[in-house]
Each structure stands twice: as C-alpha cells, then as structure tokens.
Design a protein around this ligand. Sequence first.
Ligand code: SF4
Length: 431
Amino acid sequence: MAWTPNRRRIRVYRIPAVARGARLVAGAARECWPQGSGLGDTAIAHELNILVGFSCLGDRCEDTCCFMVRNVVSRSDYERLEAVMSRDPEERRRFVDGFEVLPEPQRTDSAYARLVFGPSSYCTFLADGLCSLHRRYGSQVLSEACATYPRRNVRGGGEAEISATMACPEIARLGLFGVEAPRMVHSGPRAESPIAQVRASLVAVIRCPERLGVRLLVLLRVGAAAPATPCASAAEARAVRRVAQREMSPGSLRRARQEMAGVAVSDEAVCAAFCEVLLGRLTLPHGAQLRDTVTRVLRLREGRTAAVADLATACRDARALWDGPGWERLQQGLTNHALMWLYYHAHLLAPTLYEHATRLVTDAALVRFIARLLGAGAGMTVGDAERHIIRAAQVVARYFAEVPAYRETAAATLARHGLAGSAGFRALAMW
Ligand code: SF4
C-alpha cells in the first residue's frame, strides 16, 4: 500500500470545527478521533487554528517524531495491531519484537504496552523515513499516539481542546510564521473552565503591545501574585484575571518598562549557562537534528566549543540586527512562540503559575540563544532568521520542554549561573 499523509482525521475534523466555524455536533468528533480516546463523547471542541493547514511531512521531515516520543499504546491499539500483524509469521515476529506489554502494576487499558525503540532511539518500524506499519496497512492501524501526533487532546469539564506541539517541525513553521497568529477556534459555546480562563489571562498579557521582555516580566508578576491553585475554581481564575488586568494598566506597564530598562544582563553569563545546558542534553538520547544544531550553535569541534566571549559577541550582533527596522516580523514570530507554548500547555505543567511563567521565560530565552547563534555571521536575511527561529523552537520543544527530567537539570544549571530567582528570570526575559 502506498504511503499517504495521515490526513483522514484532520479532514473530517476540520470541516465542522474550523472551516465553517460551525458548531461541532455531538458524534462528529467520534468519527475523527480514534475509538476509545474519549474525545468522541465530548460535544464541544476547540482547536488550534493552524491545524487546518497541517499535513505531516512524511519522509521530508527533518526531525521525525518516531523518536522516543509517546511510546505507550492502549490495549485496543495493541490488540488491533496484533490481529493485523499475526496473519503473517514474519510480521508476527516484528510485532513481538516491536512491542512490550507493560508490567502488571503499570498496565491499564489506556497504557497497555509500549513501543520498543532500537539502539538509535528511533522506532523499529521506521523505514526510509516513513512508518512501515502505516505504509503496509494504512493509517487505520496506527496507535492513537502515532495517529494524532503532533496534536494534543485535552479533555475536561465536558470540553475537548486540540492543541499541537512545536516539537513537530511543520507545526513550528505554521505556528511561528504561518498566515495567522495562533489562536483557539471555538466550535460551540465555551464552558470557560477555570484553566481556559487562566490561560486567556496569560494570552492577553502576551498579546499586549509592549516589547517581548516587558510582556514576559508582566507574566512573571502575574504568576507571582496569583493564587496558589489558580485553576482550582472559577473564583481563583477570576483572581488571576484581576491581577493580569492590574499589571497591564498604563501605570504598571510604564513601571515594567522602567524596570526592564534597568535590568543588568550579562551576555557572557547567559551564553555560558546555555552552553552547559545544550552540552548536557547531548549526553542523553537525541536525534541528528539536536546534534547538528548544537554543533552549529556552539561551533563544536573535537568536543570543544567556541569561547563564551565569542558566542556572547555573536549574540549581541544578532540582537542588534533583529531589533533594527525591517525585522519586525521576527518579533511576531517570537510572540507566536510564547502563544504556542501557552496553548500547548493548556493544563499547567508546573505546580504554581509562577513556575509555569518561569518555564516559558526560560524556553523563550533558549530559543533566542539558539536562533541568534544559528544565524551568526554576515549576510543573514529576515528569511534566514525565520528559519533559525523555527528550528530553535522545534529543538527546544522536542529535546527540552518535553523531557521533564532534563528540564530540572537545565534549571539547576541556570541557577548556578545566577539565572534563577526574581533577578535571574528578569534577566532571561530581558535577554
Ligand atoms: S514530526 Fe510532524 S511532520 Fe515530522 S513526521 Fe512527525 S508529524 Fe510528520
């Protein structure tokens, strides 16, 4: 069977949900999401607008998702694949080698088995850049995790929301420099869960017409003043909105601008810290895209990086260029990065809103660090810089933001370099 992009679910989904802005009727979602996902039972859905134009790049993808991600499959996925692949002895052997049933205490119907990854950390069913199961049997046999990637389905309170991760290069492209800025398209009346209300307050901060550094500072302030459990109830979500509105008043924004103007930030300290963060990540499983990016960014040769002073100078030069007239489009791309981040992490990842804000500030600074150094040197155009920002956002999402254990290591590294705490996060926001 010839491989075709897995568009079946997207096409059915987007007709009622997005293209006509019509209400998504109960049952329509059931057709477009795998059985057993639970989404089909939900009458109202919200979807990230950029998913309308999304189509998997297949073997043209520069950093395929068949790499150590979402490797858990449900019982129904497992049994469907087992039935299909047991018709042929050779395929049965591939099935047995390719899946491992989880041990009893961890095994549930929704997390029943896991894909076994090869020594290269890539899925054993990946062949010539394409999924051999998809190629041979069609997209119908794919597990929910594989069939729906890079989308994320979040359910709660009778609502379903479909977001997408920038770890997918095509999503990063569409999200950062697509035709429209990222936003949620609502296919019916919104129940306005506390989580959605909190996120709307954060999105309003990121959309306000200030420099990105000032907006990130405001976000940190909102996080610091928010209730301990901001998404626990509608009352607490309203409290977050009041704080955000207060912090976005003309007087507060003026003070934030003045504060940011006085923030002392050492390019050398930031570069030294992020050098360590990138090199540390290379010691864990990673794909060619990360290795190539780190090699180019740090000018790695025989295990040695360029001098930190040289990296800092290159970052300063790139920042001066990006801030110049004619390069405004890049600022929109960086704003879109923050929006994509907020839309993807719909449920707060961190225990507090302040920590949630610091993670965004850290990820955004790392994206700027990588992108500026990828583009260092003479002759860079706006188009080049766009590509570097897309690549940086994709690498950060795949290899940092979605690896919780390494995020903690990276946070400890930044703290050692003075880039934590109130002053440290302000410096990163400004940088
Ligand atoms: S990362 Fe995105 S474009 Fe690449 S193979 Fe996966 S879904 Fe397709």
